[in-house]
Design a protein around this ligand. Structure first.
Ligand SMILES: Cc1cc2nc3c(=O)[nH]c(=O)nc-3n(C[C@H](O)[C@H](O)[C@H](O)COP(=O)(O)OP(=O)(O)OC[C@H]3O[C@@H](n4cnc5c(N)ncnc54)[C@H](O)[C@@H]3O)c2cc1C
Length: 333
């Protein structure tokens, strides 16, 4: 730890076109900086040393939350505080507002953006400390050895790397079927949330569809109104109530009929694998049922089925089951 950043050139575009052009020009030597709450750690630790920082805080097209009729459009520069307090988001998608409101601490939420929150890198301590692991281009996983500290790591889908998604908003966006609009070379492409978050089997060196070395810029998050007004739930368990990453979190959206039976549900957990994990077994078993103690027991049994804990994170499987159960319990109220 030197707390002394490397020398870089800071570029401050004031329009989207300018930002995209700068990213195209600088490619793998460039680094988008939004609120900087993830990026500055990398630079202060001198593990990542990009030559050019493209500060997108002056790009007005990247701000704002707008009602577009069949969806809402969220700019990636919207801060987590604004997202958690926005009336439209609170009314339609409380699961997202609650998730944003549980990130880190008030100070970090005032500066950290939704774009940065979903594009942030994993918090595996070995990788963040600069160990030459698979994710860093090396040939081993330091977190998956008999003596490694892997309390925060994965339960599922360990493919060479056992790091997990750290984003609290990612599971909420997953259950809301969000779509991400990404700019590259002056063109836009839209990526569904299931393809946006990327596991090590697709690319071990990134966590999302945003490819930094190709100059990608996330320009918008769209949330269709399919789940607007549904019953929603978010809960996060961490070692501390604030200023801490999730050990496990859960996000849920459910449509409940007038007689109390569940018509449809989407539920996902974060911090249990490299991408948000949709609990498909839970989703299918609850349809047509009413939330009650019997259903909770079933949910508890299947939620973490297939988990393969590491040496120090066995506690995560029952924690995940309990969170899924509590999400379903919220529907009985
Ligand atoms: C002490 C501490 C505690 C934290 N706790 C939590 C927590 O509890 N939960 C949680 O979810 N997170 C947590 N974080 C992580 C994270 O810093 C914040 O969630 C924050 O939202 C990051 O946003 P930012 O705008 O500051 O990101 P930045 O650092 O600016 O960006 C993060 C990454 O995203 C990329 N990026 C940003 N915007 C774009 C864009 N529009 N297009 C392409 N790439 C982009 C950047 O290049 C960078 O790689 C914590 C961070 C710290 C330092």
């Amino acid at each position: 730890m030197t707390d002394m950043m490397h020398i870089f050139e800071m570029l401050q575009p004031t329009s989207l076109d300018e930002a995209v052009a700068l990213l195209d020009k600088h490619g793998k030597d460039g680094w988008v900086i939004a609120g900087g709450k993830d990026s500055l750690d990398w630079f202060k630790d001198r593990v990542k040393k990009p030559e050019y920082l493209i500060d997108i805080s002056g790009v007005k097209e990247l701000y704002g939350i707008q009602d577009k009729g069949d969806h809402i459009a969220i700019g990636p520069m919207v801060t987590l505080t604004d997202l958690s307090q926005n009336k439209l988001v609170r009314d339609l998608f409380p699961v997202l507002a609650d998730a944003a409101g549980r990130v880190a601490s008030p100070q970090i939420r005032n500066v950290g953006t939704i774009g940065g929150n979903i594009c942030q890198d994993t918090r595996c301590a070995y990788y963040r400390d600069g160990f030459p692991c698979y994710r860093a281009g090396g040939n081993t996983c330091y977190a998956n050895t008999p003596t490694a500290m892997n309390r925060e790591h994965t339960l599922f889908e360990a493919k060479r790397c056992v790091a997990v998604t750290p984003s609290d908003t990612a599971p909420a966006l997953s259950v809301l079927d969000a779509q991400m609009v990404i700019a590259r070379d002056g063109k836009l492409r839209t990526v569904g949330v299931d393809d946006f978050f990327v596991g090590p089997e697709i690319d071990i060196e990134r966590m999302t569809a945003v490819e930094r070395d190709k100059g990608d810029l996330l320009v918008q998050i769209k949330i269709p109104k399919t789940w607007a007004g549904s019953r929603q739930y978010f809960e996060k368990v961490a070692d501390r109530q604030v200023w801490d990453f999730a050990l496990v979190n859960v996000a849920m959206a459910a449509k409940v009929g007038a007689d109390g039976s569940i018509e449809a549900m989407q539920i996902a957990c974060g911090a249990v694998q490299c991408t948000p994990r949709r609990l498909k077994d839970v989703e299918s078993l609850v349809v047509g049922e009413k939330a009650n103690a019997d259903l909770e027991k079933l949910v508890e049994r299947v939620a973490a089925r297939g988990a393969k804990p590491l040496n120090y994170n066995q506690f995560k499987a029952p924690l995940m089951s309990q969170l899924a159960k509590r999400a379903v319990r919220s529907l009985s109220a």
